[in-house]
Design a protein around this ligand. Structure first.
Ligand code: SAM
Ligand code: SF4
Ligand code: SF4
Length: 345
């Protein structure tokens, strides 16, 4: 049989060497971005001469859609579109439209929101359910310095407003916290989004890739941040929504909403990690900190059947042994890992 349809019985769900299932797929649709966030795509590396992928190297929307169908047979329930900046990929709404045909998938997107005001309605109409927006400070000068392309914070806030208005909510707001750069903005961010219905999540600065100059001294542990916020607005821990949830959830005691902490550095969550990543050129990675992936694009382009590709995915997952955050050291931080803008955040 050449293809797997929705009527094909699902195989017994594959587990890795640590008994973890495959539940989430993060898909990078481009390695390009219109920001140069200093912790992700530093200008000194991603300058004018940087060789991004050619258009022909990117998976087409049909190829991505086909792979998602195959991954679904291994238990994928959630798909997150990311990058690079996903909204710089032309006509992204066409991909959303294809993926949204399968209404059982939880379909979301992570964006820097620079183009969200123009695109929110199109994305919603195409079937996107929610968005996550990255925003590191409300202080315009700090934000402009962190994105390093002088992009104003007001435009991101306008994008968030529009996404909310068209119903791409609840919106998650991701703030990467770097000590001495924007950590003093955390309480202001909490104040701004408290009571808005949006969920602010503080992300520990991570040693993704090998070009962002990561050092442990730059990490503000979530515990410390939670204490700082609790000193101003009383918060209490909440139950996870599901096993393997990345963010640790907290509620404001006055009932005005929720915040989250993603503590990959100080409280590793590898034990429940059910995520795979598909790069823009069609390689699959089983960990954010991977040094190598497996090319699926050649299979797609060389006439492999769905079943053959499905078998390859199953064998990659069965062999998976990743637990990078549990074993991170200053030495592993220097490894030549794949960059986050390429692999998809
Ligand atoms: N361009 C989109 C955006 O920024 O939302 C999507 C891709 S970006 C790589 C995905 C997420 O990774 C963003 O929320 C970003 O802040 C986060 N990120 C990038 N580099 C990081 C790092 N070194 N440590 C922690 N989070 C990081
Ligand atoms: Fe671009 Fe997102 Fe990386 Fe910032 S974090 S450089 S917006 S891909
Ligand atoms: Fe998953 Fe790798 Fe992150 Fe651990 S370090 S939670 S295995 S992506």
């Amino acid at each position: 049989m050449a293809s797997l349809s929705s009527d094909t019985p699902a195989p017994a769900l594959v587990t890795d060497t640590r008994s973890r299932h495959l539940r989430d797929l993060r898909i990078s649709v481009t390695d390009r971005c219109n920001f140069r966030c200093t912790y992700c795509m530093p200008k000194e590396v991603y300058g004018r001469d940087f060789q991004f992928l050619e258009r022909s190297q990117l998976l087409s929307f049909d190829e991505i859609n086909r792979l998602v169908g195959i991954f679904k047979h291994h238990g994928i329930e959630k798909v997150r579109i990311t990058g690079g900046e996903p909204l710089v990929r032309r006509q992204l709404e066409r991909l959303i439209e294809k993926l949204a045909q399968d209404t059982s998938l939880d379909l979301t997107l992570t964006t820097n929101a620079s183009l969200l005001k123009q695109k929110a309605r199109l994305l919603k109409d195409a079937g996107l359910q929610r968005v996550t927006v990255s925003l590191d400070s409300l202080d315009d000068a700090v934000f402009r310095a962190m994105n390093d392309v002088d992009f104003p914070v007001a435009k991101v806030l306008a994008g968030i407003e529009e996404a909310d208005r068209v119903g791409l909510n609840p919106i998650k707001i991701n703030m990467v916290v770097k000590r001495g750069v924007n950590d003093d903005a955390a309480v202001d961010m909490a104040r701004y989004f408290k009571g808005s219905g949006h969920i602010l999540r503080f992300i520990e600065f991570m040693d993704v890739g090998f070009t962002n100059g990561w050092q442990m001294e730059h990490v503000v542990p979530s515990r410390e941040l939670a204490e700082r916020i609790n000193n101003v607005f009383a918060i209490e821990p909440a139950q996870p929504n599901y096993l393997g949830e990345v963010a640790e959830r907290w509620h404001y005691k006055d009932g005005s909403g929720e915040i989250g902490f993603v503590s990959s550095v100080t409280q590793a969550f590898c034990r429940d990690c059910t995520r795979a990543r598909l790069s823009a050129e069609g390689s699959v990675y089983t960990c954010l900190f991977a040094t190598r992936g497996t090319d699926l694009r050649s299979l797609l382009r060389n006439g492999a059947s769905d079943e053959q590709i499905s078998d390859v995915i199953a064998s990659i997952w069965r062999a998976r042994n990743d637990n990078y955050s549990e074993v991170r050291t200053a030495e592993t931080a220097k490894l030549r890992k794949v960059e986050m803008s390429y692999i998809g955040g």
